[in-house]
Design a protein around this ligand. Structure first.
Ligand code: C5P
Length: 224
């Protein structure tokens, strides 16, 4: 029997990360932060002097993705041995990741790496296309939504707490641009899987969201 996967997809700053980590802890499952993979790859390509408009073949781009020298070590993310956990959270890396993520060669090159996270006893996979493309056989797929202004408020608060100065209007505009790009791209657009459960987290506490997902999870496990 395949190791079970619970997928959590949704737009930027919808609270997927917090919800997924909490679920992984409660169920004692592994955790895949696929957005972090896209961010690290964007940083790696940026450091090679490449940008989303660079003239580079799909073959080379896919190879960069396949061979990305990244290690996930608990909460630390190491790129060629350097801890880049803070660096990849910058808004610039999020935007760059979103632009590179529109390229099929990049998405294809990262598939194998994402599948490698599927280990017993189970996996919480967090991203945009976890339920539609990467783990279409997951017994439970959750699509988390939240009002865009509420997401911008949360993200502003998070960044300020980290000592990073932000402008709410710029951040809101950036979130809207990123949503539009993620939803309209030709490959693996941000859409709920046809069998996904939609969870509106706008006005739920993290604990309420966790309880709802755990309830769905135990119901789907009973059916399996
Ligand atoms: O989730 P996070 O904001 O860290 O992801 C950064 C960017 O990576 C997203 O805006 C999205 O374009 C891309 N991404 C993706 N598919 C995933 C995860 C992230 O396209 N599964």
């Amino acid at each position: 029997m395949l190791t079970p996967v619970l997928t959590i997809d949704g737009p930027t700053a919808s609270g997927k990360g917090t919800l997924s980590r909490q679920l992984a802890k409660t169920l004692n499952f592994h955790y895949l932060d696929s957005g972090a993979l896209y961010r690290v790859l964007a940083l790696h390509l940026d450091r090679q002097g490449l940008n989303p408009m660079s003239a580079i073949s799909d073959r080379d781009l896919e190879q960069f993705a396949r061979e990305l020298p990244v290690v996930f070590d608990d909460d630390r993310i190491l790129l060629q041995g350097e801890d880049v956990s803070g660096l990849i959270r910058q808004e610039r890396m999020g935007s760059l990741a979103s632009e590179f993520a529109a390229k099929p060669a990049i998405r294809h090159g990262l598939l194998q790496r994402q599948w490698a996270f599927r280990r017993a006893p189970g996996l919480i996979a967090d991203g945009r296309d976890m339920g539609t493309v990467v783990f279409p056989d997951a017994p439970l797929k959750v699509f988390l939504v939240a009002d865009v202004e509420e997401r911008a408020r949360r993200r502003t608060k998070q960044l300020i707490e980290k000592g990073i100065s932000v402008n709410f209007a710029d951040l809101l505009a950036d979130l809207r641009a990123r949503d539009a790009r993620d939803q309209s791209r030709a490959v693996a657009p941000l859409v709920p899987a046809s069998d996904a459960r939609i969870l509106d987290g706008s006005f739920l506490s993290i604990n309420e969201s966790v309880q709802q997902v755990l309830h769905w999870w135990s119901a789907s496990s009973r059916l399996a």
